[in-house]
Design a protein around this ligand. Structure first.
Ligand SMILES: NC(=O)c1ccc[n+]([C@@H]2O[C@H](COP(=O)([O-])OP(=O)(O)OC[C@H]3O[C@@H](n4cnc5c(N)ncnc54)[C@H](O)[C@@H]3O)[C@@H](O)[C@H]2O)c1
Length: 345
């Protein structure tokens, strides 16, 4: 299979972009999309769950580096030193859903107060646009599908609540101070540099790592819960377009693929993709607060931002499997050793 092409987005040539959470999974793809599109990028991260190594390949893949700045989004003094001069701010820094189950106070602090700090400094710096990365987790379980942006928000976890708090503040900054903000709600993303480890572990890389070392994928509950998976290159391109598309301040956009898949089906797809259909999923107890159903209506993002799905599940999973295999058997075994199956106590 040919390597997946990194997307580019027009309107970014020479733009100065400040990306928080840049060393994380989605941030590190967004940085590549921005740099390849001609932007100057400051990549801001405290490496709480991200890795400096995630940014190491930026020059090789795009021809140019991003400038890394180590810092915490709650540190307003630091932000006040390094954010001014940015045209576009992309706010992605966060602590994840499983982290929120064992550490709700820290989770809310980073995800909500951290967002407020970024918004306040973006306002002071008079940036052209803040793209706030929220999450489909603000909805809780779908009450009807597919879910438009008007679907009720009813988060099941402190993570979802913290993401909702952040996006409410982003819209409030537009209404109250005319700080130009746009909210994007990605549905589950997967792809290069996704986490298999610890409580940041995401389902597709965890299933891939387990099956690549010959272990059965572990499913929380009966596996009937559904998600709408988007390849991270398509998620990152949509975030970039949320900065460059004119006249969308105060708007909120779902970014998903528009395909609903059960986690049980996903386990079979991954096992097949690595040539181990014999590895039938093992089921353990459900995760507390797990959302049962997510299925995006992203027609607004398609219509307004030009969001589209350019990477199929088959190609995206094959690409990620190939990247993991290329690390070598020892590295995959080390990744498997880092998987904490049940990480919420
Ligand atoms: N991964 C998904 O499927 C998904 C789905 C919906 C929404 N999102 C949102 O996308 C964004 C990125 O998620 P991700 O999956 O790349 O997560 P990630 O954990 O890979 O990235 C988050 C980054 O934020 C950094 N960070 C954490 N606390 C920080 C702090 N106090 N100061 C500065 N940096 C800090 C981490 O080190 C990490 O690099 C998040 O806002 C998340 O809510 C992700």
């Amino acid at each position: 299979m040919a390597e997946l092409a990194l997307p580019t987005v027009s309107g970014l040539s020479g733009a100065r972009c400040f990306v928080t959470g840049a060393a994380g999974f989605i941030g590190s793809s967004l940085v590549r999309v921005l740099v390849k599109s001609g932007a100057e990028v400051v990549a801001f991260d405290n490496l709480a769950t991200g890795h400096a190594a995630n940014l190491a390949g930026v020059r090789a893949e795009t021809g140019k580096d991003a400038r890394f700045v180590h810092g915490d989004v709650r540190d307003r003094e630091k932000l006040a030193r390094v954010l001014p001069g940015a045209d576009f701010v992309f706010h992605l820094a966060c602590l994840g859903v499983r982290h929120s189950i064992h550490s709700p106070f820290e989770n809310l602090d980073v995800n909500a107060r951290g967002t407020l700090a970024v918004l306040a400094e973006a306002r002071a710096a008079k940036v052209k646009r803040v793209v706030h990365t929220s999450s489909s987790e603000v909805y809780g379980t779908a009450k009807h599908v597919p879910m438009t942006e008007e679907h009720a928000t009813d988060p099941h976890t402190v993570y979802g609540a913290s993401k909702l708090d952040g996006e409410c503040c982003a819209r409030a900054f537009w209404r109250c101070y005319q700080t130009p903000t746009v909210v994007v709600r990605p549905f589950n993303a997967y792809g290069p540099r996704s986490h298999s480890e610890g409580d940041s572990g995401e389902v597709i890389p965890r299933f891939l790592v387990r099956t690549l070392v010959g272990k059965r994928p572990v499913v929380f509950g009966d596996g009937s819960q559904t998600r709408d998976f988007t390849h991270v290159y398509d998620t990152a391109a949509a975030l970039a377009r949320a900065a460059t598309t004119p006249n969308i301040e105060g708007e909120t956009f779902n970014v998903g693929a528009g395909a609903e898949l059960t986690i049980a089906e996903l386990a079979r797809i991954v096992a097949d993709a690595v040539g181990r259909p014999d590895l039938i999923a093992e089921h353990i107890e459900p995760r507390p607060g797990d959302v049962l159903r997510l299925f995006a209506d992203s027609s607004k993002a398609a219509r307004v931002l030009g969001h589209s799905i350019t990477v199929s599940m088959t190609d995206g999973i094959a690409d990620l499997a190939a990247r993991l295999r290329a690390l070598g058997d020892d590295a995959i075994r080390a990744l498997d050793a880092g998987i904490v199956v049940r990480s919420w106590t």
